[in-house]
Design a protein around this ligand. Structure first.
Ligand SMILES: [Zn+2]
Length: 329
């Protein structure tokens, strides 16, 4: 556990041959996956009439979150971010509520964690679930300088980027109601760690408590979507568990002209918040660029700062997800 993600390619090839999983502080890189699905643009319909996503606004929301300081459970930054999200969402969504729960880590630390929910058009049938984690990692375990390893991660990309896109989408959904019900879910405790025993906590809680009584139609997870050179291959578990959702999202991206970002390639399999949902029966995909900086050098380090994030990347991801929602029937 806790190995570096930035394995050399030779190392990676060996792992593939061996068919093993490399656990990298909660994000797993793994062996061969399924083939890339064919996208048939004629099945996607025509462009939705809807407001445009604004990358500059989304970028401002990234900066705002980083300004709170690290959003580590129990910290001042965590408390400030929680209050701000609720305050931001309340005038925008039909229903906003928080769900606080506790978790005791393997090392005996008692955490108080909170998921935030914002629902649009709850009367419109089964909902689309869009989620991102809002907490940040307590330690920079991937930092190359040992002196940095104890520092918390600023989380501009790993945390703030997904939240920023979802909040920008909330602005759109308020301006023009989506045709179907949508739930925005901001999960806590994704990145606590250090091992996967104490990660994905908010998604696990949601899968345990909310899915059986009222399962979403499908889910889309946004994680590390702000990288300046954003490149999103089709994450391996998503392809296995929700190939139709992958096909539709990458097809829409192609139609919108973002084929160089949403690349038609099978990506790594990554342990993330989509897995508890998949296990609970909700087909959920993970939009993630797990190649953050040269050799993934910014991931889980103090280098995960707003200058590594681009407004345009946030805008592209937001546009594709907006198109998915507004074109849903
Ligand atoms: Zn992380």
């Amino acid at each position: 556990m806790n190995e570096r993600a930035a394995l050399s390619s030779a190392h990676r090839r060996r792992r593939r041959t061996a068919g093993t999983l490399a656990v990298a502080a909660g994000l797993v890189i793994a062996a061969c996956g399924p083939d890339t699905p064919e996208v048939d643009p004629s099945t996607l319909g025509t462009r939705a009439e809807r407001p445009a996503v604004r990358g500059d606004l989304a970028y401002g929301l990234v900066q705002r979150q980083v300004d709170f300081g690290p959003r580590v459970p129990g910290s001042d930054g965590h408390r400030a971010q929680l209050a701000w999200m609720v305050e931001t969402l309340t005038p925008l969504a039909d229903t906003v509520f928080t769900d606080t729960f506790s978790h005791t880590t393997k090392e005996g630390v008692a955490l108080e964690l909170t998921n935030v929910h914002a629902v649009f058009g709850p009367q419109k049938g089964r909902r689309i679930l869009l989620l991102a984690h809002w907490d940040t990692r307590p330690t920079s375990d991937q930092a190359s300088d040992p002196a940095d390893k104890a520092k918390p991660v600023p989380g501009a990309n790993d945390g703030a980027s997904g939240v920023a896109v979802l909040l920008e989408l909330a602005r759109l959904f308020h301006e023009q109601a989506p045709p179907t019900a949508v739930e925005l879910l901001f999960v806590d405790g994704e990145d606590y760690g250090p091992t996967t025993d104490d990660m994905f906590l908010g998604a696990r809680h949601y899968a345990r408590t909310r899915v059986t009584e009222s399962p979403p139609l499908f889910g889309v997870l946004l994680d590390m979507v702000g990288d300046t050179d954003l490149r999103l291959p089709m994450e391996g578990y998503s392809l296995e568990a929700a190939p139709q959702v992958v096909q539709r999202v990458w097809g829409l991206a192609q139609q919108l002209g973002y084929g160089t970002v949403f690349v038609s390639e099978v990506g790594q399999r990554i342990l993330d918040d989509h897995l508890p949902l998949i296990d609970a029966g909700v087909p959920t995909i993970d939009l993630i660029d797990f190649d953050y900086g040269p050799g993934n050098a910014y991931w889980h380090t103090p280098l995960d700062t707003p200058d590594k994030v681009s407004p345009r990347s946030l805008e592209i991801v937001g546009e594709v997800v907006a198109e998915l929602v507004y074109r849903n029937r």
